[in-house]
Design a protein around this ligand. Structure first.
Ligand SMILES: [Zn+2]
Length: 343
């Protein structure tokens, strides 16, 4: 039996650290300090990718698992004369999914200011139908800063400038029934699964068949996460990222999802077969699925020239890139598959 509380602790700690793409320094430090505590060797790339390695019996062929520590977010696009900020999106999401959400503006001199993302016509008592019918385009949103600011100058005096990062409240809730509701379970549910798996491997002195690497990428949401720093003996690359349960999909919030094809085409036939037979022989609950609008870090690695078999597995995350939900069972089955596959 796995320690659910430890999985939840990792997940809550990860979700608590704001990490929109381009602002992953703090979460990198968190990952590195966990790896140090677990006494696992790691390296960091110039771009900030972390690769942790555990030697296997066979050191000539390596299996690399990737997960991404960056999330969606926004950047200050314009400082408006009314004392508000317009924003530019980081990553692909629907603006209405963060409408009315609390946020933090992170300045380059390490100050944080609170605010709320609102539409430019936020009050039904003032704008009536215009409030309802306003197109939910990025240009129709602004951040109301929780400071007494009334002009562009007032904002500049706070030290806020164009290009400052904006992170959104994750609204993390873990229910008694073990559902986890939060923004950015993509991909922090997988990162928590991987940290837990590493701890499990160390505590139980498991010697992997092949050397294994855990790559934490920091630019996945913008497409070039695992495009560098892939250990050179990698013969198998397994992206650990969310599955997509929903209308017409086979994925669930209770199983480990194995993707057979996404927007970039089929995943490696043999490696997917091996993952399926591992699930069958170890009684791991899994679901196969196809994702019509999805690109993973496996594709980023392939496009950068990697020659390895490649797959995508992970917990099922409902309402992805919105207010997301999964169940602890899905994370546990992902952990089970990782551990079973390497040993
Ligand atoms: Zn993801």
């Amino acid at each position: 039996m796995h320690n659910k509380n430890l999985i939840k602790k990792y997940l809550e700690e990860l979700l608590n650290i704001p990490s929109p793409t381009g602002y992953t320094g703090n979460i990198c430090e968190y990952i590195k300090s966990e790896l140090k505590e677990l006494k696992v060797d790691y390296k960091t790339s110039n771009k900030g990718i972390i690769v942790a390695t555990i030697d296997g019996i066979n050191q000539d062929e390596e299996t690399t698992f990737s997960s991404h520590i960056d999330t969606l977010g926004a950047m200050v696009k314009e400082i408006k004369s009314n004392g508000r900020l317009s924003v530019s999106q980081i990553g692909g999401y629907m603006m209405n999914s963060i409408e009315g959400e609390n946020c933090i503006i992170h300045t380059r001199n390490e100050k944080c200011y609170e605010g709320t993302l609102q539409t430019i016509r936020p009050s039904i008592h003032i704008h009536g139908n215009d409030a309802r019918e306003l197109p939910r385009d990025c240009k129709n949103y602004e951040v109301i800063i929780d400071e007494e600011v009334f002009s562009k100058d007032d904002i500049l005096k706070l030290g806020i400038d164009i290009g400052d990062i904006i992170s959104f409240d994750t609204r993390t809730r873990i229910t008694k029934s073990d559902f986890i509701k939060s923004r950015y379970l993509d991909d922090k549910a997988s990162v928590a699964a991987i940290l837990y798996a590493i701890k499990y491997i160390k505590l139980n002195n498991i010697k992997p068949k092949n050397t294994i690497n855990f790559l934490f990428s920091n630019y996945e949401e913008v497409g070039h996460g695992s495009s560098a720093f892939i250990p050179k003996n990698t013969t198998e690359f397994i992206a650990v990222d969310m599955g997509c349960p929903g209308e017409g999909q086979n994925s669930t919030e209770y199983d480990v999802c194995i993707c057979t094809k996404d927007s970039n085409g089929p995943y490696d036939y043999d490696l997917v077969n091996r993952l399926i037979s591992t699930c069958k022989s170890r009684s791991i609950n899994y679901k196969l699925d196809i994702y019509p609008n999805y690109g993973s870090d496996a594709t980023a690695a392939l496009k950068s020239g990697m020659d390895a078999k490649f797959a995508l597995i992970g917990p099922g995350v409902f309402s992805s890139h919105g207010y997301e939900r999964t169940h602890i069972k899905s994370i546990i089955e992902t952990i089970n598959l990782i551990i079973a596959y390497i040993s």
